[in-house]
Design a protein. Structure first.
Length: 91
């Protein structure tokens, strides 16, 4: 089967179009990843968030910078604690 120059150009244009379209769709979906959900979540009734708030306020009052390095088994608890700490410390 013989390919003409016109046929090769069409195939190339379609391939480039699919590549650009796929990357644009991926970039459009990026803002809705887990990263944004964690920042907009309401942790106010979470115990680890409240502990983070207390620790943050205490460190702010005594001019310390994140003196307690607490680690939690669950990622969600760690995120809640850090969110509370940042809110309590005034950052």
């Amino acid at each position: 089967m013989r390919m003409t120059l016109r046929h090769c150009i069409r195939v190339l244009v379609v391939a480039v179009g699919v590549g650009i379209g796929g990357s644009a769709a991926q970039a459009a979906g990026a803002p809705f990843d887990d990263h944004d959900r964690g920042q907009n979540q309401d942790y106010s009734k979470n115990k680890t968030y409240q502990q983070g708030m207390r620790d943050g306020r205490d460190d702010h009052a005594h001019a310390r910078d994140h003196s307690r390095k607490r680690h939690f088994r669950k990622d969600e608890d760690q995120k809640a604690y850090e969110a509370g700490y940042q809110k309590g410390h005034g950052d």
